[in-house]
Design a protein around this ligand. Structure first.
Ligand code: G3I
Length: 345
């Protein structure tokens, strides 16, 4: 049984999302999800590798199909995650027909550009064919186009991660990812290509930390200066109680003057271990302050997503109870903080 709590989605003026897999689409978990959230992200189902069978053939991922069907049946928006990433991507993307690594020759670069374009268009075409045009009936209305392309350290002048994408194409792969996504989602398969019905985001972690934030900002400014069709900047916000909430606000303010929207894509807050009642209450105040920051900056935000429904389902559960609800589907102090209701002293 779920509790009769204030729906979190009623307390924010933008969609409130949650990352899920099939376990959240049935039973009590789905009831809890539908009470509090109006947007979903596939935690793993729309990543590059998810779309290919064992022979490397593109096909609609059955798990993505089920996710889209669940969204359609329950009137949820879908936030797409992710078109281009260095991780969870089939190795063949970066290989020649004989299995050898693609080189930086013009011919090999073109092979990778073609694969990138085909991947994005295959995803868009399937979604449009099955769920209707974007900006029309289709529940999907945003994508993380590129994920985690910024380097963790300051060793490179351009501040970019040295991935296979980067090794072969250089920074160009980022421009191309947005250009192909814009063409596919906002032009070819959209109900009305003039009003950008699918919002295109860049996404990264540690954007609340100054070094990464500076590299992220510099990249976004370069993309905008080149006229790359990027609509928004994503903050994952995988944080712990040690990270001041003011850093989250500062991250949002840093991009506020740019002609982009922003989004919180993967929020979770670890308490550290062992988890205690006192830490859970401290976490409640943390979520309260974080959601206050989101409300105060709501004009900047496209949506706010938490990276999982219940603590046990979090990729960071070993670091201490990061989410809003416990494994018995009960609201934690974190939930009461997020909706800004009374917390224990
Ligand atoms: O499905 C297989 C299962 O068949 C197998 O037995 C099992 C053994 O390890 O692995 C299962 O796959 C796991 C998958 O999650 C589904 O549970 C993968 O190993 C595991 O690596 C994968 O982890 C995901 C991780 O991304 C991969 O990088 C997490 O669930 C997911 O929360 C996490 O999400 C990322 C975002 O995409 C990007 N930002 C950071 C965030 C957290 O790492």
């Amino acid at each position: 049984e779920i509790q009769e709590l204030t729906p979190l989605k009623d307390t924010l003026d933008v969609p409130v999302g949650v990352a899920i897999d099939s376990r959240e689409t049935t039973g009590v978990a789905s009831e809890l999800l539908l009470r509090h959230f109006d947007q979903i992200t596939g935690e793993n189902y729309m990543k590059p590798e998810a779309w290919y069978d064992a022979n490397g053939q593109f096909r609609p991922n059955p798990e993505a199909v089920a996710l889209m069907d669940f969204a359609e049946a329950n009137d949820l928006a879908v936030y797409g995650h992710v078109l281009v990433w260095h991780s969870q991507t089939p190795a063949f993307f970066f290989q020649a027909a004989d299995g050898s690594p693609l080189t930086t020759s013009e011919g090999d670069k073109q092979i990778l550009r073609d694969r990138l374009r085909e991947h994005i268009f295959n995803v868009a075409e399937w979604l449009a064919t099955e769920y209707g045009e974007f900006g029309g009936t289709n529940p999907l209305n945003a994508w993380d186009v590129v994920n985690e392309v910024v380097s963790d350290g300051s060793e490179y002048d351009d501040g970019l991660r040295r991935s296979e994408w980067y090794r072969i194409l250089g920074e160009e792969f980022i421009d191309l990812s947005f250009q192909y996504a814009d063409e596919a989602f906002n032009d070819v398969y959209a109900a009305d290509g003039t009003d950008r019905p699918v919002t295109l985001f860049i996404n990264d972690y540690n954007t609340e930390q100054s070094g990464k934030q500076g590299r992220y900002l510099a990249l976004v400014e370069r993309l905008l200066a080149r006229g790359v069709p990027i609509d928004g900047v994503g903050h994952q916000f995988h944080v712990s109680l040690a990270m001041p909430v003011s850093a989250l606000e500062q991250a949002i303010r840093t991009f506020a003057d740019l002609p982009v929207t922003q989004v919180v894509t993967e929020l979770d807050v670890t308490t550290g271990t062992p988890v205690s009642e006192a830490l859970l209450i401290e976490q409640g105040y943390y979520y309260r302050d974080a959601f206050r920051v989101f409300r105060e900056n709501i004009d900047e935000l496209y949506s706010v997503t938490v990276w999982g429904l219940t603590d046990g389902r979090s990729w960071r559960s070993a670091n201490g109870a990061p989410l809003l609800f416990d494994d018995a589907y009960q609201g934690k102090p974190a939930y009461f903080g997020a909706v800004d209701e009374e917390l224990p002293a």
